[in-house]
Design a protein around this ligand. Structure first.
Ligand code: SF4
Length: 388
């Protein structure tokens, strides 16, 4: 070990003890990145051995119209602007059927904060996809979208019990087929950062509150952190500590839902109002993956989202605390690495190969981390072989 400051932290990791915020900061700043990687690898291997998870999924961004204009976002458009689009329910169903044909077990559905759509659009969308492709799990809508939807719910469900509340709105979406929540929109939980870059978006407490309500209602969810812009390293650690506290609460209170996965997302300056910033480096990305594994001891999974990290980085991440490389994706409109187009796809064979090449055992999972067994074009969940 080159950095003696890591010795007491290493002792805690090997004893399975919780790390403090100061420990997290020491791990984020140490020059001894090999010890950091080794500790994260230990924590990951303790839980999963050589197992590494992937899924077969499809992303669908139903519209890029958005009432906000976040500085870091190159996805959103205003009505009438070049490139603005919105899918009809029929078009969404077409996407879902193609996903089913391709063997997907999950649709990941998110979009901008649409200025005009009625609440019925969202329930009709879920219901139509559920009806057309009943086996596909619907992971949909970030906490930011859900807060926007609660306002629409208040207007369109006037007089109904729960109108305009996160709980009432989520209950309606669950009845229509919502299966779980993605982790997007968390950005960095800090007022200064929020006011500088995400003004207009919900703050950290509101984001956590949406997920808390979802957990109370039995929904699983994920969490993200978009790092590498105007936040400090302390902000990053504080973000992780707030997530860890929220997860403790979900567990202590016995909620049927909780966070499954942390997905650290590197910021891409290109095309955004923050283009002058350098963005995080590869080493920064590895550090964040490792620190997420070590700080979030009550999260089961750490995902390296290859779309924003690249496939080679996902491969390397498996030895830096990562146990999940996400899925086949196909279309992703939100961020493009190095100017990549919106068609970003990898195959199950490629994901299996990259996992094997890195020395791990590929296991296909569904959204809820249950093992998927395939027989030709058919698939089923093996309830006896839970991944966690
Ligand atoms: S990040 Fe989301 S909320 Fe902000 S402008 Fe882009 S689509 Fe809209």
């Amino acid at each position: 070990m080159q950095d003696p400051a890591l010795q007491p932290i290493a002792e805690k990791v090997y004893a399975g003890e919780r790390l403090t915020a100061a420990d997290g900061l020491a791990l984020l700043t140490t020059r001894d990145v090999w010890t950091l990687g080794e500790l994260a690898h230990h924590a990951r291997t303790q839980r999963y051995g050589t197992a590494a998870y992937y899924n077969i999924n499809r992303h669908l961004n139903y519209s890029n119209l958005c009432v906000l204009s976040c500085k870091f976002c190159e996805f959103h458009r205003k009505p009438g602007q070049d490139g603005a689009y919105q899918y009809s329910i029929d078009e969404v169903v077409e996407h879902a059927k193609k996903a089913e044909t391709a063997g997907a077990t999950e649709m990941h559905i998110v979009g901008g904060l649409h200025p005009k759509l009625k609440f019925d659009y969202y329930t009709d969308l879920l219901r139509a996809v559920r009806q057309a492709t009943p086996a596909i799990h619907l992971k949909a809508f970030t906490a930011v979208e859900l807060t926007h939807l609660a306002r629409i719910h208040k207007r369109d469900r006037k007089g109904h019990p729960g109108a305009g509340t996160i709980r009432g709105m989520l209950e309606d979406l669950i009845a229509a087929g919502l299966g779980s929540l993605p982790g997007g929109g968390a950005e960095v939980f800090d007022d200064r950062v929020h006011n500088e870059v995400f003004r207009g978006k919900i703050g950290g407490l509101e984001w956590i509150n949406v997920h808390r309500t979802a957990h109370e209602l039995g929904l699983m969810s994920n969490a993200t952190m978009l790092y590498g812009h105007v936040e400090t390293l302390e902000d990053r650690i504080n973000h992780l500590c707030l997530l860890r506290d929220a997860q403790d609460e979900a567990i202590d209170q016995g909620h049927a839902g909780r966070f499954q996965t942390i997905i650290p997302l590197p910021f891409f300056p290109d095309g955004s109002e923050l283009e002058h910033l350098p963005g995080p480096t590869g080493l920064d990305n590895l550090r964040m993956l490792a620190v997420c594994r070590l700080m979030l001891d009550n999260f089961d999974h750490v995902k390296c989202f290859w779309i924003m990290q690249t496939l080679p980085m996902a491969q390397l991440g498996l030895s830096w605390g990562v146990d999940d490389v996400d899925g086949t994706v196909v279309w992703y409109d939100i961020t493009k690495v190095g100017g990549a187009g919106t068609h970003q796809e990898t195959t199950p064979a490629d994901l299996q190969k990259l996992i094997r090449e890195a020395g791990y055992t590929p296991i296909e999972r569904d959204t809820l981390y249950r093992r998927v067994i395939r027989d030709g074009a058919d698939w089923r969940i093996d309830e006896a072989m839970q991944t966690v």
